[in-house]
Design a protein around this ligand. Structure first.
Ligand code: EPZ
Length: 414
């Protein structure tokens, strides 16, 4: 259990470098087993979920070493095709290994991924697509067993633009016979970063970042090197922290085009945003105003991962803020914890209404999920007194050294 102690009331100043993107590096690590090759990955963030993926790679038979932000994966040996339950259970997104292991080995055995704090996390779209590609998939005793000596290209229309399903299909399609066309594909920037890595591996992919992705052909290369894109949600976290605490900071390495709905909302709240080649600067007003209603959508809409982050910044904003969470069933679990700090929030199904209060007070609170925990940190920075955040490891799944980042900007946190 990590205990974070935050004393609010200090405004933030200075610059911070944004980490490599968790949601880009995880599918890239999975894809590294597609063919026997040596991958050098730069700007690889130091996160528990990355450690979890490295453990899975080692268990499959890869050699994985890391020095600082550079990770090195050698998947040239004979690989196993099954991932033990305890490694799958540790990380919800480990289902992303399914397409890669099946394409490499012709077989994949792994535990059904657990649900997580955001509600049920079905993988029906992943499995339906792999079946379309010729995979025989059976589920028994909580395990998924997939077999397909040779995947074949198909034309898949996703019922909804699932990020993970798009990634799993893109990866598997690299080793399929014949062209693969995915329509209604997810368009997140992390999909483009994965596609860039796959192209470097020798895949012929086009349309990534649009709703129609075509994968047609693969000439495997033995050596691949790639640098992971910046983490847009970590960048959003630090921008919202500054809005909540006051002051002015610059998030170096963040790409403005990845965060348009978030910076637009922060602008509506009275923050001044500066976009320069190497990052995003923000200066917070003395009193924030409520933004126009926020509704989470697939990219390029407002990102669901930033919903809790921005909500935490609106708690003392003048007026009423409205959040509609369209992507996950229960992604308001941070709300009761924020109420303990004096926030006035009511929820009805997928809608949360925040009435701005003049001040918040520190309180003992419990982390609920990765971005919900970050929201508690953001609220604590703008609260009077001390907040004690009890976190069973959620924050470290997605953020490198969050206390160090915020302390360096002037926050009182340890
Ligand atoms: C990815 O999760 C991200 N995780 C999530 O970030 C992010 O919130 C989500 O995309 C949406 O942007 C990683 O990239 C590792 P989805 P993923 O498949 O792929 C439903 C974070 O905090 N669905 O796009 O699991 C699903 O239940 C994490 O960094 C099906 O119904 O998201 C959800 O309601 C949290 N059937 C919706 O689609 C399926 O087969 C979006 O899920 C797959 C998904």
């Amino acid at each position: 259990m990590d205990i974070w102690r935050i004393r609010g009331g200090k405004s933030l100043r200075g610059e911070t470098d944004v980490q490599g993107a968790k949601n880009a590096v995880l599918p890239i690590l999975a894809a590294s087993v597609l063919t026997g090759c040596r991958t050098g990955l730069d700007n690889c963030p130091d996160l528990r979920d990355v450690d979890g993926s490295a453990d899975i790679l080692r268990c499959l038979g890869c050699r994985v070493t890391r020095s600082g932000r550079r990770m090195y994966i050698d998947s040239t040996g004979e690989l196993s095709c099954s991932i033990p339950h305890e490694l799958m259970a540790g990380m919800r997104s480990s289902v992303i290994f399914l397409g890669a292991v099946l394409a490499r080995c012709g077989e994949a055995v792994m535990a059904m991924p657990g649900g997580c704090e955001l509600g049920p996390r079905p993988i029906d779209l992943h499995l339906a697509a792999l079946r379309e590609m010729g995979a025989e998939i059976s589920e028994s005793g909580g395990n998924i067993v997939c077999r397909c000596p040779k995947l074949r290209g198909a034309s898949i229309n996703l019922a909804l633009p699932s990020v993970g399903a798009t990634e799993n299909i893109m990866i598997a399609a690299c080793r399929a016979d014949g062209a693969m066309v995915i329509t209604n594909a997810a368009r997140e920037p992390e999909i483009c970063d994965l596609a860039e890595y796959l192209r470097k591996m020798g895949a012929n992919i086009r349309g990534d970042g649009s709703s129609t992705v075509v994968i047609d052909g693969f000439s495997p290369r033995g050596e691949v090197s790639h640098s992971v894109m910046p983490d847009r949600i970590a960048a959003a976290t630090w921008l919202c922290a500054c809005a909540s605490a006051g002051g002015e900071i610059k998030v170096c390495g963040a790409l403005p085009e990845h965060l348009v709905p978030v910076t637009r909302a922060l602008g509506e709240m009275g923050c001044r945003l500066g976009f320069c080649g190497d990052g995003i600067a923000i200066s917070a007003p003395s009193r924030l105003r409520a933004p126009r209603p926020i509704a989470t959508k697939p990219y390029p809409g407002f990102p669901t991962d930033a919903q809790a982050l921005l909500m935490a910044a609106t708690l003392k904003a003048e007026g009423t803020s409205v959040f509609t969470e369209n992507m996950f069933e229960s992604r308001f679990r941070h709300v009761p914890e924020l109420r303990r700090m004096g926030a006035e929030i009511s929820t009805e199904g997928r809608v949360a209404i925040v009435r701005g209060v003049p001040k918040l007070h520190g309180a003992p609170v419990t982390a609920t999920d990765l971005r919900g925990s970050a929201a508690l940190l953001i609220a604590a920075l703008g609260a009077e007194g001390e907040t004690v955040l009890h976190d069973s490891g959620h924050l470290r799944r997605g953020y490198e050294e969050p206390a160090e980042v915020l302390s360096a900007l002037g926050a009182e946190i340890h």
